[in-house]
Every structure is written in structure tokens, then in C-alpha cells.
Design a protein around this ligand. Structure first.
Ligand SMILES: C[S@@+](CC[C@H](N)C(=O)[O-])C[C@H]1O[C@@H](n2cnc3c(N)ncnc32)[C@H](O)[C@@H]1O
Length: 383
């Protein structure tokens, strides 16, 4: 019988509520928000559905054991005591990923090594042989998470991070993660009902994620495999059923999704990625300098990720000043959102933000800011 069990979906800081909403909409039970994660209950079919459809999850873990640890010997003892024959056998390979935030432990690599030894010794004691480790393409991915003295051992049902949708063939110099792009779109409230422009689109991540949201297209449509497909209890028929039913929910959309960039090379990257995602016919790309562009007809949301002087060199004061000037002169009546890792730069925009949301772009603390460009919203003070 297919019973419900607990799962934990990992995400980026600031996207926990968005992810919880996604989970609830898919039908998860008993969701609970944590830091960079949301736990929930569902059955194996739901685990397949969640991996296929969640836009703001990085991984979906299935916890199988919790215990307390204060040193490496405790960890070795508890991991070795688990019934590993339930999940692994001698012909299978495994890999361990460890994360730690604890005064008792320093090195996640060492935790992974100690846990690997414990699993190997479990099999040596029982069968006189041990399964091999395969970092790249293991049959079982095990996740060890230590927070203070609490250790959780989980099976990783996703495998490669879910930000790897499988459509990106080329990346610009400073691409944004697909999970962050989808999270920004969801935080902006855009769901395909107004035009959307990314006026500095680079390799087109925001545009591609937006088209998938507007069309209700599963983000992992192009992904070839998930880690759960190698589990002993994998039900390929059930997965096929879930995949096909997700395909049936894809819908037409008529709003315009547009990307500009002043770099022809960036536009070419966007074009290649969109073609690969089969979304090129739904997205318009234009070689444009945003500072000379004009708003299109109809309600429009701008959502972008301008350079902030980290990886792409720009004169921050002049550049963010021009962003503000362009928004207030050419985009009256629109809503604009952008993310920046340079909070100092925001004061040069010269418009009042109506929202500021803390997010991280990679390891860089950033802000997603919103400007409502009402008629007459001239310089109201520096923010
Ligand atoms: C940080 S990247 C955007 C990355 C993009 N979100 C992605 O995922 O690939 C910023 C982009 O802004 C473009 N850009 C800079 N100034 C511009 C301007 N005035 N008008 C249009 N594009 C501009 C750059 O060419 C670059 O591709």
C-alpha cells in the first residue's frame, strides 16, 4: 500500500512561503515552514509530482532516521546501526552529501566520510563485502544534515539540484538561478495576466521561467531523470501517469513576454535556451538599450536582474540613476521589480520602493525591490 510519509523540500532563503504555496496547490498535507525548507506529507506519487512541478524547490528529501550526535563516534554508531539493506545492496552504488550547522562539527566533508565508513562497515559485518561509492551517478543518494546536535539521515529523491531544468544550453556571465528567477516571479504576484518584460534579459532565465508559469508547464519537463527512479520501489507506470496528467494541465496564454538586452551575444544565448525549452514562439527578444525603450500597450510588469558591479563592471551611480529615469519617464502605469546585490545602488534610482524583500543571489545578500510607477510618481525622496 502506498502510504504518506514526511518529506522536506529545500529552497533558497526568502522563498519558503512561495514554496509552501506551491506545495499546497499541488496537494501536500501538513506543510510546515522551516529556514530554507518546507516539510510536508504525501505518498510516493506525490513525491514524483512535487519533483516534476515545484518551481522553487532545490531538492526533495525523504527523512529516514533522526538521532542526536555530539561527535564523530556518535555519528558512526548511529549510521552503522541503521538497516541499510532496506535501501542498498552490494551491486548498488551510493553517494553521501552532508551539510552541517553545529558547534560540535566543523567539516561537512568529514561527516560524509565518517557516514560512508559506517555504511561500508555495516555491509562488511553482514556480508563481508560493501557497495561502492559513485559520486557522479550513484544508485542511492544519501543526505546527512546536522543542526546543533540533531542529525537527520534522508534519501535524496531529486538527484541533481532542481534548478537544473534541462533547458539551459548556454549561460551569460552572471546568470540567475532558475529557482531564484521563478521565486522572484511568484513573489511579484505575476501569473501570466499582464505583459512581462525583462529589459536586461542576459541568457533569458526570467523569461523562460515566466513562460513556463504562464503556460502552467512543469519546470522539469525536459529533465531526463530523478534520483527516485533508481529506488527499489520506483513505480514507472505511476510516474508516467503523473507526467501525462501534468502535461494535460498545460494551457495557452496570450500575454506578451518580452526580453531586451543591449548585447547581441546575450540575446543569442536567450534564443538558444528558449529554443531548447520549446518556448521560443512565446517569447519576443529585441536588441534594445533599456534606457531608450518605451512601454508596450497594455498593463505591464518589468522584472529584471541588472548588473550590480560584482561580476559585471558598471558605473553604479550613473547606471542606477538611468534605471530610475527610464522607469519614471517611459514606464508610467507599469510595475517594476528588480533584484540587486548592491543595496547602496538603490539610492541612485531616485524612486520610492513599495516593497523590499531580502533574498540571496548565490551567496550574495540581495534585495528584490518593487516600484509602482503611478502617473506623477516623480522623485519622492531617496531610498
Ligand atoms: C546580470 S545580467 C542578467 C542575467 C540574466 N538574468 C540571466 O539569467 O542570464 C545583466 C544583463 O543586462 C544587460 N544590460 C546592461 N545594460 C543594459 C541596458 N542599458 N539595456 C539592456 N540590457 C542591458 C547586460 O548585457 C546583461 O546581459
Amino acid at each position: 500500500m502506498n502510504q504518506d510519509f514526511k518529506m522536506v523540500a529545500k529552497t533558497l532563503f526568502g522563498l519558503e512561503e512561495v514554496l509552501e504555496n506551491e506545495l499546497k496547490q499541488l496537494g501536500a498535507r501538513d506543510t510546515k515552514i522551516g529556514v530554507r525548507n518546507v516539510s510536508f506529507f504525501g505518498d510516493s506519487g506525490f513525491m514524483y509530482k512535487a519533483n516534476l512541478n515545484l518551481r522553487t524547490a532545490i531538492k526533495i528529501l525523504k527523512p529516514i532516521k533522526r538521532f542526536q550526535v555530539q561527535n564523530e563516534d556518535d555519528l558512526y554508531y548511529h549510521v552503522k546501526k541503521m538497516n541499510w539493506s532496506r535501501y542498498l545492496d552490494l551491486d548498488k552504488t551510493f553517494a553521501i552529501n552532508a551539510t552541517v550547522k553545529s558547534p560540535y562539527f566543523n567539516h561537512s566533508q568529514y561527516i560524509a566520510l565518517k557516514s560512508k565508513d559506517a555504511i561500508a562497515d555495516y555491509f562488511m559485518a553482514k556480508k563481508g563485502r560493501r557497495p561502492d561509492v559513485d559520486i557522479k551517478n550513484p544508485d542511492l543518494r544519501i543526505d546527512i544534515h546536522i543542526y546543533n546536535n540533531n542529525c537527520t539521515v534522508s534519501l535524496d529523491s531529486s538527484g541533481d539540484s532542481l534548478h537544473k531544468r534541462g533547458y539551459k544550453v548556454v549561460s551569460s556571465e552572471a546568470p540567475i538561478s532558475e529557482v531564484l528567477a521563478a521565486g522572484m516571479i511568484k513573489l511579484s504576484g505575476w501569473n501570466g495576466d499582464t505583459n512581462l518584460i525583462d529589459p536586461m534579459c542576459g541568457s533569458g532565465t526570467i523569461l523562460t521561467e515566466a513562460a513556463m508559469i504562464a503556460g502552467n508547464i512543469p519546470p522539469q519537463l525536459h529533465r531526463e531523470s530523478f534520483a527516485f527512479m533508481k529506488w527499489d520501489d520506483y513505480d514507472a507506470e505511476l510516474y508516467k501517469l503523473i507526467f501525462n496528467s501534468s502535461l494535460k494541465k498545460i494551457k495557452e496564454f496570450s500575454v506578451k513576454i518580452m526580453g531586451y538586452d543591449r548585447s547581441p551575444a546575450a540575446l543569442e544565448m536567450s534564443r538558444l535556451n528558449m529554443e531548447n525549452a520549446d518556448l521560443d514562439e512565446f517569447i519576443t527578444l529585441e536588441h534594445q538599450n533599456f534606457f531608450r525603450s518605451q512601454k508596450p500597450v497594455g498593463p505591464t510588469t518589468l522584472l529584471f536582474n541588472p548588473p550590480y558591479g560584482e561580476r559585471l563592471a558598471v558605473d553604479i551611480e550613473a547606471f542606477y540613476g538611468k534605471i530610475g529615469d527610464s522607469l519614471k519617464k517611459n514606464y508610467v502605469g507599469c510595475e517594476a521589480w528588480f533584484i540587486t546585490g548592491n543595496t547602496e545602488a538603490l539610492k541612485y534610482v531616485g524612486l520610492r520602493t513599495s516593497k523590499r524583500i531580502k533574498l540571496y543571489n548565490g551567496s550574495l545578500e540581495s534585495r528584490l525591490v518593487k516600484y509602482e510607477l503611478y502617473d506623477g510618481s516623480k522623485k519622492k525622496g531617496k531610498m
